[in-house]
Write a protein that binds this ligand. Structure first.
Ligand SMILES: CC(C)(COP(=O)(O)OP(=O)(O)OC[C@H]1O[C@@H](n2cnc3c(N)ncnc32)[C@H](O)[C@@H]1OP(=O)(O)O)[C@@H](O)C(=O)NCCC(=O)NCCS
Length: 184
C-alpha cells in the first residue's frame, strides 16, 4: 500500500480526469453492452446514494471506483459498477483500497449484498474482486448469431460498442438479470 495516495470522495472537479482514465483503461469491446461515457459517470455523481471515490497522487487522479445503492429491483443490494487504476500505478494495492472504502460505505447504508460483474478474461479484475471478498455467483455467456447474408466476420474484429447509458438501461430492464442473481 502506498500511503502517499489519498482516497477521497469524488467531486465534480474530478470528472474530466475520471472520464479520461476510464477511456484509457476500459476495454469496451470485451462486453459490447458495456459503455463508458460522461453519462455513466454523471449518473453516478447525480445519484444521492452514490459511493464514488478517487485515488489521488497530489492532484492527479490515479484511480476511481463508482458504486451506488442502485441494483435492479433490489433496494437492499448495491452495485460496484466501475473501477480503474492508471496503468503506471497498478499493482500497489490502490484498487483494493478503493473497493474497501466503497464497500464499507455501501454496507453502512444498508446494502445486504454488493454486486459487481467481471468479464471472464479480465484476470486482474477477477483477482481484485476475489481478494476483496467477492465470490462468483452466476455466469452469463454472450451468444452471438451472425447474419448469414453478411460477409463472414473477421474473428479479430472488435464487437461494436453500444451507445452511452445502454448497459444501465439493459440492467434496469432485467436483460442482465442472470448476472445479477446472487452476489457476483
Ligand atoms: C483491475 C484493476 C482496477 C486492478 O488495480 P490494481 O490497483 O492494480 O489492483 P491491486 O494492486 O489493488 O491488486 C488487487 C489484487 O489483485 C491482484 N492482481 C492485480 N492485477 C492482477 C493481474 N493482472 N493478474 C493477477 N492478479 C492481479 C493483486 O495481486 C492483488 O491481490 P493481493 O491483494 O492478494 O496482493 C486494474 O488492473 C485496472 O484498472 N484494470 C483496467 C480496468 C478494469 O478492467 N476494471 C474492471 C472492470 S470495471
Amino acid at each position: 500500500m502506498d500511503p502517499a495516495i489519498a482516497i477521497v470522495p469524488m467531486g465534480l472537479g474530478h470528472l474530466r480526469q475520471v472520464l479520461d482514465l476510464g477511456h484509457e483503461v476500459f476495454d469496451i469491446t470485451a462486453k459490447p453492452y458495456t459503455s463508458w461515457s460522461l453519462t455513466s459517470v454523471a449518473e453516478h455523481l447525480d445519484s444521492p446514494d452514490n459511493a464514488c471515490w478517487i485515488a489521488l497522487d497530489s492532484d492527479r487522479v490515479v484511480g476511481f471506483v463508482l458504486g451506488s445503492m442502485e441494483f435492479e429491483h433490489r433496494d437492499d443490494w448495491a452495485y460496484l459498477e466501475w473501477i480503474a487504476v492508471s496503468p503506471d500505478m497498478q499493482g500497489h494495492g490502490i484498487a483494493r483500497r478503493l473497493v474497501d472504502v466503497c464497500s464499507e460505505a455501501l454496507f453502512a447504508r444498508g446494502a445486504k449484498r454488493i454486486v459487481t460483474d467481471v468479464e471472464n478474461r479480465n484476470a486482474a479484475s477477477s483477482a481484485l474482486m476475489t481478494r476483496s471478498g467477492f465470490t462468483p455467483a452466476a455466469t452469463v455467456t454472450l451468444f452471438v448469431r451472425p447474419n448469414p447474408t453478411e460477409p463472414e466476420p473477421d474473428p479479430d474484429e472488435a464487437l461494436p460498442a453500444v451507445a452511452p447509458g445502454t448497459k444501465r438501461a439493459l440492467i434496469r430492464r432485467g436483460r442482465l438479470a442472470g448476472e445479477g442473481r446472487g452476489a457476483r
